[in-house]
Design a protein around this ligand. Structure first.
Ligand code: SAM
Length: 198
């Protein structure tokens, strides 16, 4: 699926600004201390969002950081929301949305619903880089089940937890898009990888 010239220009500018924000974040914050924010490959994510977009589709980004991907989804016509634990990144995302005239919504909180606990078969339920905090869905006023397409960028080993979260609280027909450094974006429905266009 293609986008028209003005939208393509806007998306390119958004991605360029997102990369610049991440470079600054990397030197100002990550060079001093560990922080789980690493920017996804925006071109790869854009291609996936184009495949799965449709009128009125509802998009949620888990750990939306600087907001680039949620804003991208909004510009593509999704009803788009992002939940991020780091409040300073939520401020960055809202400012970026304003600059791009986007109505993407961002809330500070956790993408883990209240009461959710990751209980893997091997018993090690540590959540690695996924932090804990008050659930963002309350502030959003929408449950995870509301969303047709959910995007996450798990660190290595966190994929099973995201799949479990979607299975427990997501729509049965909801699509989970998981980004990884080596495999790009994989799409899952009902816990299984889907390779068809939509
Ligand atoms: C690997 S980064 C991905 C950033 C962005 N989604 C992207 O793909 O460019 C993960 C983000 O999730 C945030 N995060 C970690 N645990 C979270 C939680 N429980 N709820 C919301 N955000 C969380 C981190 O602060 C970080 O910004």
């Amino acid at each position: 699926m293609t986008v028209d010239e003005p939208l393509s220009t806007r998306l390119s500018a958004l991605c360029a600004e997102g990369r610049a924000i991440f470079e600054r974040f990397d030197s100002d914050v990550r060079d001093r201390d560990f922080h789980p924010f690493v920017a996804a490959d925006y071109d790869v994510v854009l291609a996936a969002l184009l495949v799965h977009r449709g009128p009125g589709r509802r998009f949620l980004e888990w750990g939306s950081a600087s907001g680039v991907i949620t804003i991208m989804a909004d510009l593509l016509g999704y009803e788009a929301c992002g939940i991020e634990l780091d409040t300073s990144l939520v401020r960055t995302a809202r400012a970026l949305a304003t600059r791009f005239d986007s109505s993407a919504r961002f809330v500070a909180g956790s993408f883990l619903p209240t009461g959710y606990a990751w209980r893997p078969r091997d018993g090690d339920g540590r959540t690695s880089t996924i932090g804990l905090g008050p659930s963002g869905y309350l502030q959003l006023g929408l449950p995870l089940e509301h969303f047709d397409v959910v995007f996450g960028y798990p660190w290595g080993g966190e994929e099973p937890m995201m799949l479990d979260l979607m299975r427990c609280y997501g729509r049965a027909d909801g699509l989970l898009l998981l980004h990884s450094v080596n495999d790009g974006v994989k799409a899952y429905r009902g816990g299984r990888e889907v390779t068809s266009a939509r």
